[in-house]
Design a protein around this ligand. Structure first.
Ligand SMILES: Cc1cc2nc3c(=O)[nH]c(=O)nc-3n(C[C@H](O)[C@H](O)[C@H](O)COP(=O)(O)OP(=O)(O)OC[C@H]3O[C@@H](n4cnc5c(N)ncnc54)[C@H](O)[C@@H]3O)c2cc1C
Length: 465
């Protein structure tokens, strides 16, 4: 069978094949390091690294809120896998199941439905599982119909367009109920994804409101619903309290110890009895491991994550490795035994390094290293020039925290190319006005042509022309 280098999907392994499932933090950084450390073997064809990922890019998730606010272009939040991993075989597809006894992964690709040849069966010698996590939803009535998550670049940009579009609707409608619902934005979940997304979008919408003749920033209603008594647990209690004060000072309605009970007919009903007609419901109330893990036959913990050793091997298994949001990795630095590392980029990045080194050591018959990293703290943006930071025991808020947030992420975003582009965008944004248009129509590129061809009615009816 032809090898991947011949332009076809991977056939039988040439020598040793390392299969990396996932092209996010762990997947990309592991492949990057393996590519560097195994350079000679990759060149000789003795070893092959195959990366399976549903998208051809890695998403730098901490930049999603800024992408939603328009401070960074969507293209600069993602890192093209083919660019950074030229010596790996990239398969754009989704692993559907793993049979680790036979060492094969079943992978569907965009071509699976087209060529009638079914899913790919990819054989491997070493398996690196890094499929991350997905939004953890609850059976809240109406949530599946009206909610949106905030984990992907599509969601972040879709939400930006949606918020501005709601302002256009509110500006144009003669119905006060439609206006009210359009200008009400409900976010559920007070972790950094929810808080940063809300804070950045509110900041952007407040600025955008200046350009509407009939919308004032005070007309917009932003509600943050959090089931526990605090937000941003990652930055510690006092900074969490500060963040609540900061958001409330901007007229954002922060509701602690409150849950979303339902969102049927686009009315968000909260556990404190309040009801908000809304056209925007953003769900960021936690994550759960990728569904693939249940189809691997590998040992999972009570939360559905792969049970791992501190060496990042899957417990009780040979030739299977895992890290990141999908893995329950013992936290060797924790005071209490039995603790596992938190699902965040800080661990994902560092675990990827140890994992790659251990795979190389295993191939060479060398000793494996244990993962050990004590949490350095967290930074979070609360909109332009506002933030909180808790790093190495130091607590900062306001402008200095926001600056540290930017510097930290600039140093972390992969590749010099991306760093330069992001820095250029920030610099230009400081010199010019913010972008305030909704490009939601990009999501329907054929709409105009279908209209011209008479295949669909004009929105709002032809009599409006
Ligand atoms: C909005 C937001 C902001 C954040 N901000 C911060 C922050 O400031 N600091 C911080 O430390 N952490 C932050 N995080 C968390 C951090 O991004 C994650 O912890 C980190 O991405 C986990 O890395 P991972 O490789 O395990 O998963 P991911 O980076 O999510 O990568 C998983 C990859 O696997 C792919 N995949 C899934 N299923 C399959 C399959 N079946 N087959 C093939 N591929 C598959 C996915 O498409 C994805 O590409 C943030 C997260 C979000 C959503």
């Amino acid at each position: 069978m032809a090898s991947a280098s011949g332009g076809t999907p991977p056939g039988p392994p040439p020598g040793t094949r390392i299969l990396v499932v996932g092209g996010g933090y762990v997947g990309m950084y592991t492949a990057l390091r393996l590519q560097r450390k195994l350079k000679q073997r990759l060149r000789s064809g003795d070893t092959e690294i195959v990366v399976v990922a549903p998208e051809p890019y890695m998403t730098y998730q901490p930049f999603l809120p800024e992408a939603a606010a328009g401070s960074i272009s969507p293209r600069h939040v993602v890192v093209p896998l083919r660019h950074v991993l030229p010596h790996c075989t990239i398969v754009i597809g989704e692993a559907r199941s793993i049979d680790h006894t036979k060492r094969t992964a079943t992978v569907t690709t965009l071509a699976s439905g087209e060529d009638g040849m079914g899913a790919l069966e990819i054989e491997y010698d070493e398996l690196v599982l890094a499929p991350g996590s997905v939004s953890r939803t609850l059976p809240v009535p109406g949530l599946a119909d009206h909610g949106v998550g905030f984990k992907t670049i599509e969601e972040a940009i879709g939400l930006r367009n949606h918020v501005i579009e709601q302002m256009d609707i509110a500006s144009a409608t003669r119905d006060p109920a439609v206006r009210d619902a359009a200008l009400t934005f409900v976010f559920v979940g007070g972790g950094y994804a929810g808080v940063e997304a809300l804070a950045e979008l509110e900041d952007m919408a407040r600025y955008t409101a200046r350009y509407y003749h009939n919308i004032k920033a005070e007309d917009l209603k932003w509600i943050l619903v959090e089931a526990t008594g605090r937000i941003l647990p990652e930055v510690g209690e006092s900074l969490g309290l500060y963040a609540v004060r900061e958001l409330r000072g901007r007229n954002i309605d922060v509701r602690l110890d409150t849950r979303l009970d339902s969102c049927e007919s686009r009315i968000a009903v909260l556990s404190d009895g309040s009801r908000f007609p809304t056209r925007t419901l953003v769900w960021t109330a936690g994550v759960k491991p990728a569904p693939l893990l249940a189809a691997t036959g590998l040992p999972l913990d009570e939360r559905g994550r792969l049970r791992c050793t501190a060496r990042l091997t899957v417990e009780g298994t040979e030739h299977a490795w895992a890290a990141g949001d999908a893995a329950a990795v013992p936290d060797l630095t924790a005071a209490e035994p039995g603790r596992t590392t938190a699902p965040n980029a800080q661990h994902a990045l560092r675990q990827a390094k140890v994992l790659a080194d251990n795979v190389v050591a295993a191939l060479d018959g060398g000793p494996l290293t244990e993962y050990r990293h004590s949490y350095a703290g967290s930074v979070a943006s609360l909109g332009l020039h506002k933030g909180v930071a808790h790093i190495y025991g130091r607590r900062l808020k306001g402008y200095p925290a926001w600056l540290i947030h930017r510097m930290y992420h600039l140093s972390r975003v992969p590749t010099f190319n991306r760093k330069a582009r992001v820095l250029a965008e920030w610099t230009l944004a400081g010199l010019f006005k913010r972008e305030i248009v909704s490009l939601g129509s990009l999501e329907h590129p054929r709409a105009e042509f279908e209209l011209a061809a008479g295949r669909r009615p004009r929105p709002g009816g032809d009599d409006c022309q």
